[in-house]
Design a protein around this ligand. Sequence first.
Ligand code: CP
Ligand code: NVA
Length: 319
Amino acid sequence: MVGQDFLTLRDFNKAEIEQFLWTANDLKTRIKLNGERYEPLQGKSLALIFQKRSTRTRLSSETGFALLGGKPCFLSPEDIHLGVNECILDSARVLSGFVDIILARVYAQQTLDELAAEGSIPVVSGLSDTYHPLQTLADLLTLQEHFGKLKGLKMAWVGDGNNIIHSLMMGGLPMGVDINIATPKGYECDSVVVKDAVALAEKHGTKLNFTNDPKEAVHKSDVIVTDTWVSMGQEEEAKIRLKAFDGYQVDAKMASLANPDWVFLHCLPRHPEEVSDEVFYDAKRSLVWQEAENRKWTVMSILLHLLKEHIPTTPKPNF
Ligand code: CP
Ligand code: NVA
């Protein structure tokens, strides 16, 4: 995987996704639990380009890259010409001469594709309007840690048909996770992404279902996932969206339809309208803090694999 881009999980097969998760687990065990100093990325540098705000993606990649011995360099839209005063092609070629890898958070997925096509170094998606593959890896690691496996889990998505669920389909379906998606009418997942997801579900024998009824999606699920109803860039639609999503709040009543051992995930940042305090702060059910921490171990895994060969030294988890 050295030298590859990481723009969508659609580009990676089941064995490769397992490898990413195994390495994340390996790094977490060795560095966090065993206190090992492991700096294979000494001498490497990372450019972080963010066209949108970020807490987790920025901090996890900046601190994670440094923990592996590398030098991260953060560039906000105010600091860099990308797409403003300089075309993407020129920026990509210049950055390729300065750093070893780019992680970019952008609006259009096409911007990532252009960066990857024009630069000569790996490009990692830190979220686009269409996908958020790094988030999915953290979610899968968290579920694996909690349930001890991924295969056969039933996931319910209640909310917007957005970048988060798009990537969950791309990563979850190959790993054997069945996915039930409830979105309000008019806020369904992107049809091109759905076509790919249906093909993935068929290939891997996993179930994928779409509905406009949250109760139907949550029924007998093991994990309930939601996200903001107003993603970055949609701020002007906030009023109309809040109305359209009426009845979609994940609360204890809705969750009571799930399997007895259900858990809750949310990529964060969280707003109270999409999930009640009771569910969000439920110390036993809500895995959101573990999920947020796992952003760090999973992005470290990706940055490492795209820059160097890595063979984990800890046992492979059960997927
Ligand atoms: N979940 C996530 O990507 O959070 P940030 O927007 O804070 O990076
Ligand atoms: N769907 C959200 C995710 C934030 C991490 C957004 O795109 O703003």
